[in-house]
Design a protein around this ligand. Structure first.
Ligand SMILES: [Zn+2]
Length: 180
């Protein structure tokens, strides 16, 4: 197992954090953590090029951001969103409902799940289900985003008052296009 090695890249960030703590950004956040300032949930890829804070100009407290490989609606994502819905229903029924934006993007690394050799090797090493991994591949983002929006719209524990929309982000142009 790993020995403790100093992190090369955190020093600058810790400095930035101290500067951040001196601003009033942290005082403009929502009072209830599942009622973000813009009542929005954004689901997108972990790819550093698609950071929604930058791409969508989100400020601290604006949205609940969920990220995984591809920005896919997995069982774990679904459970998180259903949990937020449940909290909303039980704890803050009078508040506005949140909307959900699913963003897939061009040139997504998840497309490599479609590479059989890579995927089979990874599935073997990590004891993962190769068929499930293959389904995560974002090869055609307009197609996968539509499928994931469909899944969310059909999810029984998500409130129908939550509008679910899907977008494709083009990493070359920086533009977001609405798909569904
Ligand atoms: Zn990606």
């Amino acid at each position: 197992m790993g020995t403790l090695v100093p992190m090369k890249h955190m020093d600058t960030l810790l400095e930035r954090n101290r500067a951040f703590a001196r601003t009033d950004a942290k005082d403009r956040v929502p009072a209830v953590p599942f009622i973000p300032n813009r009542q929005l949930v954004v689901l997108t890829c972990i790819d550093p090029r698609v950071d929604p804070a930058q791409v969508l100009g989100l400020e601290l407290g604006d949205a609940i951001v969920v990220r995984n490989v591809g920005g896919r609606v997995t069982a774990s994502v679904l459970r998180d969103l259903e949990w937020i819905s449940h909290l909303h229903r039980e704890k803050t029924p009078e508040a506005d409902w949140f909307d959900i934006a699913v963003v897939h993007h061009t040139d997504c690394g998840s497309a490599l799940f479609a590479d059989e050799t890579l995927r089979e090797q990874f599935a073997r090493l990590g004891h993962h289900d190769s068929v499930e991994l293959a389904e995560l591949a974002v090869v055609d983002p307009a197609k996968t985003v539509a499928a994931d929006v469909e899944t969310l719209r059909a999810a029984p524990l998500l409130d129908p008052a939550s509008a679910v929309t899907g977008y494709v982000y083009d990493v070359a142009t920086g533009l977001l296009t609405e798909v569904v």
